[in-house]
Design a protein around this ligand. Sequence first.
Ligand code: ADP
Ligand code: MG
Length: 259
Amino acid sequence: MSIIELSGVTQRYETPGKASTTALADVNLSIEEGEFITLLGPSGCGKTTLMRAVGGLVTPTEGLVRVNDRQVNGPNLDCAIVFQSFALMPWATVLDNVTFGLEMRRVGKAERIEKALDAIRLVGLEGFEDKYPKQLSGGMQQRVGLARALVVPAPILLMDEPFGALDQQTRRYMQEELLRIWQADRRTVIFVTHDMEEALLLGDKVVLMSARPGRIEEVIDVKFARPRNPEEVERAPEFAEMKEYLWQRLRDMHEVHAA
Ligand code: ADP
Ligand code: MG
């Protein structure tokens, strides 16, 4: 049984006075427990929408999302989410932002703080526990977002372009950290990115989406050995081949879309 199952998922957004937008059209996707899925596609193709549907933050117009064999119809506590836009609480310190999800799950105070401090250390923010989001750079704020998701004992991690705002060096460091963390606890991950290299470095499968209305174009197996070392992966001839293939596919889609 798959841990995540989308069948016939269509999502339309209605904006008063405007034509409706079909963000997802008949999406069918099964994800196995412990899989690391990267979701790759052009901007506006519905990646965030798909992720929000799994997390129960939107209810599809048509079709069904099942997680752990239950239909999702409301915020899904099986999922921890790292949002594209950080979504930190500006009035709360780093520590309070990170403990928040545990508080919601009724974890006791001492344990909350211990777990949060671990997660803060893990993302390299030791010493910043008492700072407020606006005192941090964009990259650091996104690391708070990551810590806040990692600390939650949910079996599924949903990550929406989490490293998009980071400089290249920090991004690489975070990719390595994420691989290491994932290797240790093997959560099921859906990682949204529009970066082909990132999709190949991290994923067991790349789910390639087409431009709007978003559909699943292809699911590509990525067979680089685990545990993965990004530098080694990048040197493998298959990496260049797969990158070229993804590049072609995305370009073809763009041309179809632009025509
Ligand atoms: P992606 O994450 O791949 O960039 P999104 O899922 O954010 O794509 O958006 C897909 C499409 O749906 C876009 O055209 C976007 O403008 C539209 N859309 C997303 N959210 C909303 C919303 N809440 N209301 C109206 N349109 C939306
Ligand atoms: Mg998005």
